[in-house]
Every structure is written in structure tokens, then in C-alpha cells.
Design a protein around this ligand. Structure first.
Ligand code: HEM
Length: 419
């Protein structure tokens, strides 16, 4: 009986998955819709001309699902900061649904959002950031020793990925024996952010999700017996008071996923932009103190998270467009970051741009990226160290492979050479 139900569910899932692929292709190639085209070919790498088509059509354009979608900086900013929009409908129960892929407070409304965010926020305070600097510098130095010796390397797997994993593992207190599994399962689950692409993919995700739950469960036990100064010990101590047992795994999964793929792609996009704008790279090499400004411009110019969404709690009108209660609105952060009413010559990459930090790459309002101080620190150390240690860095003469995602944006492989 259970088998028959499972089979039915699998068939239903497979049918909807492939029907959706077909519908998207129809909208992209037959109807030539700029937002559907983003899923294909060179638009995965360069979505920006399509955002300009959207911008020219008005403050909102409806995507193929009928959702109002905006690339307007003021509109995205207003909606992200509004208390009358949230990641889910106002009446929809907040808190863990126990569903696969529950991403904790990122997808909750207050008061659950407030309670859980408050619980982990101290891990991102200024004192903690000072504590991470040494680890980040040391990890970056070790990785650069290794790539220098090799001469050519893949920036994504050989440099960008190991860094955030080392930092998040330290933050959460993952013991060395578990780090490899933690990274592998985390990377597998991270692919879900780009959408489930096949039945095999769905099966791999479920397997990884169970394995990651096992890693966390073992750790909860360990830290209950032997508490340390890390996030998991802190959560275990708060369990039963400000966090329920069911909320523990989704919260840990959020910290892993939010801090991993995003940082990897920010490094990939940043190095790619610096290589393709050699004058800006030379400026950074001449003055690695410009690394902080380079971070903001990289996040503005080619945001690693290209979009997010919100649900309206009311019937409302924004810039003449009616938005219904419970209606989903898509916000294309990548497009907002190229809004010419905010950024002068937005398609120019300039690491000294005075207002680059007005980008929305870390979102805004109550869901503003909690890890932003950590991400900024990691990226500044990375760009500074690359410029100091590898001034001759170049792209190797091989093509860049791009991630097939409309949300997480960046190279999946970026072959480089040191000289
Ligand atoms: C360059 C790197 C990063 C980028 C571009 C980024 C981007 C974002 C964005 C856009 C959101 C909000 C999404 C929305 O409003 O729907 C977000 C939320 C979040 N990020 Fe980041 N992130 C980065 C790094 C990190 C790191 C290193 C961590 C932690 C280790 C982290 C932890 C979080 C958390 C916990 C949230 C949820 C905040 C909330 O819902 O209140 N992020 N991030």
C-alpha cells in the first residue's frame, strides 16, 4: 500500500516536473518572454540585458506564472522593508512545517522569525567577527600556497568552496571527523535552491537531507555532553525554552546553506569581474586596501543571489500596479542593483564607486542577511590576498561553466592560472 502511494506521488512529481520544463521552454523560445529566457544559454551568465527589457516595460512585469516581478530598486527596497509583506502569507502558520527543505526563519514571519533570528544573532556580533579573521586569513593563505604550487586550478572547487565551509564548520563547532560529510551533504542540498531538475536529483536531495540530519543529531548529543563556545552548543542549551526540538535541524541547515553557496558564488563572480575588467584588477593590485570597496561593487555588479520573493498581507497598489492579498511578488535583486536611477552608469564595474553599498545583494528589512558582516570579512580578505599574492592571476584558456539557476548566480567552474 505504502509502495502504491509512493509510486503515485513519484509519477505526479515527475509529470509536473517535466510539464514545467516544457512550459518554461515555450515561454522562453516561442513567446520570447525576457524572464523565462533567463533560464537558458548565455542569459544564465549575463541576465542583465533581459532585466533592461523588463525595466523598459514598467515597474512590474508579470512572469509566466502571473506573478508581478520588479527590477526597480525603489520598489524592491520598499517591499523588502515593508512589514506588510513576508516570505509567506500572513495567515499561513509560521514555524516549521516539517517539510523537506524547510529553511527555518528565512521563510518565517514574526514572531517565530524574530525569536529564532535573535537566538543566533550573537554569533555574528563584532567580537565574534574579530575572532574569525585569523581563521579566514590562515585558510586563505593555505589555499593560496596550494594553488601557487599547482600553477593552474579551478577557482570554484580549489579555492572558493573550501573557505566558507571551514568558517561555518568553526562557527557551528563541527568536529574535523564530520567536516567532509557536512560539506558534501550541504553542497548536495544547496543544489535544491536552483530547483529540482530530475527524479534522480530529488532522490539525491532526500538522501543528503537525511544524512545531514544524522550529522546534526549526533552533534546535538555530543554538545549536550560536552558544550563548547559554538552555535550548536548554544542552541542545545536553549532547546525547550526559545527553540523547539523540531526547529533545531532546519535552523542549522539554514546556517549551512545560506553561508555556503552565496559566498562561493560571490568569490567566483568577483574574480570573474576583476579578470574581465583588468584595469580594476590592476588598481586593486596597486592598492589592496581597495578590497573593501571591491566587495561592495562585486555584490552590486553581479549579485550571487539574483532574486527573492514576498507575499503581500493586504490588497494594495504599488506605483499604479494593484497587488492582491496573498499575491506573490518576485524581486530581481540583480536587476535592482543595475537601476540607473540609483547607480550612475550601472553596467560599469568600478571598485571605487561611491554608493556601491546601496546594493540589495543582502536583501533588506527584517530578513536582511544575518551573515553579511561575515561575508564581507571573508570577501575582503579573499580579494586583498589574491591581489597581494597573485598579481599575475589570469583566466585559463578554457570556458567558464555557469550554474543553471535563476536564484543562485555564479560560475560552477572557473579555470584559472597563477602566471
Ligand atoms: C556574499 C554572501 C552572501 C549573500 C549574497 C547573502 C545573501 C542573502 C540574502 C539575499 C538574504 C535574504 C533573502 C530574502 O530576503 O529573502 C540572506 C539571508 C540570510 N543569510 Fe545571507 N548571504 C551571504 C552570506 C551569508 C553567510 C556567510 C551567512 C552565515 C553563515 C548567511 C546567513 C544568512 C541568514 C541566516 C539569513 C536569513 C536572515 C533572515 O531571514 O532573517 N548569509 N542572505
Amino acid at each position: 500500500m505504502a509502495d502504491a502511494t509512493q509510486l503515485k506521488q513519484t509519477v505526479r512529481f515527475a509529470t509536473s516536473l517535466y510539464a514545467d520544463k516544457g512550459a518554461r521552454a515555450y515561454h522562453a523560445f516561442v513567446r520570447r518572454e525576457p524572464l523565462s529566457q533567463l533560464a537558458y544559454g548565455h542569459r544564465l551568465r549575463d541576465p542583465y540585458p533581459n532585466y533592461e527589457v523588463v525595466r523598459a516595460r514598467g515597474p512590474f512585469v508579470r512572469n509566466r506564472f502571473g506573478h508581478p516581478t520588479s527590477v526597480d530598486h525603489a520598489i524592491c527596497n520598499e517591499i523588502l522593508r515593508s512589514r506588510r509583506f513576508g516570505p509567506r502569507a500572513e495567515h499561513e502558520a509560521s514555524g516549521p512545517g516539517g517539510e523537506e527543505g524547510d529553511l527555518s526563519f528565512l521563510t518565517y514571519n514574526p514572531p517565530d522569525h524574530t525569536r529564532l533570528r535573535r537566538l543566533v544573532a550573537p554569533a555574528f556580533g563584532p567580537r565574534q567577527m574579530r575572532g574569525y579573521r585569523g581563521l579566514i586569513e590562515q585558510t586563505v593563505d593555505d589555499l593560496l600556497d596550494d594553488v601557487e604550487e599547482r600553477g593552474s586550478f579551478d577557482l570554484v572547487s580549489g579555492f572558493a568552496s573550501p573557505l566558507p565551509i571551514a568558517v561555518i564548520s568553526r562557527m557551528m563547532g563541527i568536529p574535523d571527523s564530520e567536516t567532509e560529510g557536512f560539506a558534501t551533504y550541504g553542497a548536495a542540498i544547496g543544489t535544491a535552491l536552483s530547483g529540482v531538475t530530475s527524479l534522480r536529483h530529488a532522490a539525491r536531495l532526500m538522501q543528503a537531507s537525511r544524512a545531514l540530519t544524522d550529522v546534526f543529531t549526533r552533534l546535538f548529543e555530543l554538545r549536550r555532553r560536552e558544550p563548547h563556545d559554538d552555535v550548536i552548543s548554544h542552541l542545545v542549551a536553549a532547546q525547550g525554552e526559545s527553540i523547539t526540538p523540531e526547529e533545531m535541524v532546519p535552523l542549522c541547515t539554514l546556517l549551512l546553506l545560506a553561508g555556503f553557496e552565496t559566498t562561493v558564488n560571490a568569490i567566483g563572480n568577483g574574480v570573474l569581474a576583476l579578470m574581465e575588467h583588468r584595469d580594476q584588477w590592476e588598481r586593486l593590485v596597486a592598492d589592496p586596501g581597495l578590497a573593501g570597496g571591491a566587495v561592495e561593487e562585486v555584490l552590486r555588479f553581479d549579485a550571487p543571489v539574483q532574486g527573492t520573493s514576498r507575499v503581500s498581507f493586504d490588497d494594495t497598489v504599488i506605483r499604479g500596479t494593484p497587488i492582491g492579498r496573498d499575491e506573490l511578488v518576485q524581486l530581481r535583486i540583480g536587476g535592482a542593483n543595475r537601476d540607473p536611477t540609483v547607480f550612475d552608469q550601472p553596467d560599469r564595474f568600478d571598485i571605487t564607486r561611491p554608493n556601491a553599498a546601496e546594493h540589495l545583494a543582502f536583501s533588506g528589512g527584517i530578513h536582511y542577511c544575518l551573515g553579511a558582516p561575515l561575508a564581507r570579512l571573508e570577501l575582503a580578505v579573499v580579494f586583498g590576498a589574491l591581489a597581494r599574492r597573485l598579481p599575475q592571476l589570469r583566466r585559463a584558456d578554457r570556458p567558464v561553466r555557469y550554474r543553471r539557476s535563476l536564484v543562485i548566480h555564479g560560475p560552477a567552474a572557473l579555470p584559472m592560472r597563477v602566471r
